[in-house]
Design a protein around this ligand. Structure first.
Ligand code: HMG
Length: 438
């Protein structure tokens, strides 16, 4: 059982570590060694990482891998991917290679609108509130001038502010629902700063609005915050080819493959249990690129899954069809991403990842990330509808099992060779390792 502490945040890094070791570990020396093992030897770089978050005691490494051969709108990319799960990058690479010779990926940004809301409580007549809103709206925008100046110079800014009456859902609840164009920035700080200024002006100026009763003047601001639901920050990615060109798997005809593949997508469109796993596979690719490029994968996850439920039932993010002998497979996905601000200018690996992608702007990054999701889904569905997922996944996971049992380099080499022609299950790997050691 641990114990509580006051003033932990004020301790130095080494004092924090000492407290953690003393409070939670019996083998303190070993625990300390593990923490220190992950520190960067470059002190300045370590300090940078320490200062990304609070109470940092060490670094948590994720593998940073790459998937080459991504032909997107006629341009070749190598995708940087940060992920811990085996077989994701192999699958991404295999899908890229498959589509490389079939026209590659075609993408289009549909819209780039982001949303923020001031949530407020108002006791009174809606018509009077509407009149106040229309009267004050120009000032709401004017009062954010110092915040929006630079963004406007670059071509972005506030698009609109609407007053929304939500009293049917919650007594006396209204919103200032604002839309923004934040260009290459993800925009969270910009949007939140604008919203907080709207809230301040809206509340203060209400005191002077003559049509309000004294109760109506007392507008209560509950909170001002951007929304990670971005159904109008949408990107589409697509692949297509003649059905007869879906001809790589010798075990299945292209026609049968197309039919089974489309059925698998149809199932994910109508069955939430399947849709969640289907979309998880898409997020394998999306999150890995989002993380590698220093973007907020929690925001992306929340927004994507809300979008997948927008018709009232959780459903597939991808779709597929055959029309006049052409197989088409596509995704439409909301992605609010940034290529400036946040970690993008700070984390050396993020900068490297962005350079690897040719320093894309936010719209280009949206397209690349959507492609990563589509490709990942293609690879998973291709395996699921042909060999089954375990064959390829376990082939890639083999090294993790061997490491778990401390296999040496010779044992690894022998068993990797052995499992090229034998099916790798956890038990089969353990058994083969035991046989080898006997
Ligand atoms: P394979 O045909 O055995 O691979 O596929 P191969 O050895 O013949 O190599 C073909 C190509 O695959 C390679 O070309 C690489 O592009 C790639 P090359 O580089 O030789 O020119 N590739 C690799 N890339 C990097 N490192 C490797 C590697 N091996 C192959 N070691 C593969 C094997 C795993 C790719 C295939 O079986 C596959 O795509 N499986 C799907 C795996 C998958 O989806 N994994 C995600 C985790 S499972 C999950 O979480 C999602 C799921 O539940 C979602 C859903 O239900 O929809 C499945």
């Amino acid at each position: 059982m641990g114990k509580s502490i006051s003033g932990f945040s004020k301790l130095s890094k080494s004092e924090k570590i000492d407290w953690i070791l003393k409070t939670h570990f019996s083998d303190r020396k070993n625990a300390k060694n593990i923490l220190i093992q992950y520190w960067n030897t470059d002190e300045k770089l370590q300090q940078l990482h320490d200062e990304f978050i609070e109470n940092t005691i060490t670094n948590y490494h994720l593998p940073f891998g790459v998937a080459p051969n991504y032909l997107i709108n006629e341009k070749l990319y190598t995708l940087p991917m940060a992920i811990e799960e085996s077989s994701v990058i192999a699958a991404a690479s295999k899908a890229a290679k498959f589509w490389l010779n079939r026209g590659g990926f075609k993408t289009k940004v549909i819209s780039t609108i982001k949303v923020g809301q001031v949530h407020l409580i108002y006791h009174g007549n809606f018509e009077t509130l509407k009149r106040y809103f229309n009267f004050i709206k120009p000032q709401l925008i004017k009062d954010t001038n110092s915040i929006t100046k630079n963004m406007e110079q670059r071509g972005g800014g506030i698009i609109d502010i609407e007053l929304k009456n939500k009293t049917k859902d919650l007594k006396d609840y209204y919103q200032l629902h604002a839309t923004f164009e934040t260009l290459d920035a993800m925009g969270a700080n910009f949007i939140n700063s604008c919203l907080e200024q709207f809230a301040k002006t809206f509340k203060t100026e209400a005191q002077k609005f003559e049509l309000f009763s004294s109760e109506e003047k007392n507008i209560q601001i509950i909170m001002s915050i951007l929304s990670n639901y971005v159904p109008e920050c949408l990107v589409r990615a697509e692949v297509s080819c003649k059905v007869e060109d879906l001809n790589e798997d010798k075990s299945i005809s292209p026609e049968e493959f197309a039919t089974k593949f489309i059925q698998a997508v149809n199932i994910a469109e109508i069955e939430p249990y399947r849709a969640v796993t289907h979309n998880k596979g898409i997020m394998n690719g999306v999150d890995a690129v989002v993380l590698a490029t220093g973007n907020d994968f929690r925001a992306v996850e929340a927004g994507v899954h809300a979008y997948a439920s927008r018709h009232g039932k959780y459903s597939s993010l991808t779709h597929a069809k055959v029309d006049k002998g052409i197989f088409t497979f596509w995704i439409e996905i909301p992605l609010a991403l940034g290529t400036v601000g946040g970690l993008t200018n700070l984390h050396p690996l993020v900068k490297l990842a962005l350079e690897m992608l040719g320093n894309p702007n936010a719209k280009e990054l949206m397209q690349i990330v959507a492609v990563a999701g589509l490709a990942q889904n293609f690879a998973a569905l291709r395996s699921l509808t042909t060999t089954g997922i375990q064959q390829g996944h376990m082939k890639m996971h083999l090294m993790n099992i061997l490491n778990q049992f401390n296999a040496n380099d010779n044992e690894k080499a022998t068993l990797v060779e052995y499992f090229k022609s034998n099916i790798a299950t956890h038990n089969a790997v353990v058994e083969a390792l035991e046989n080898l050691r006997r």
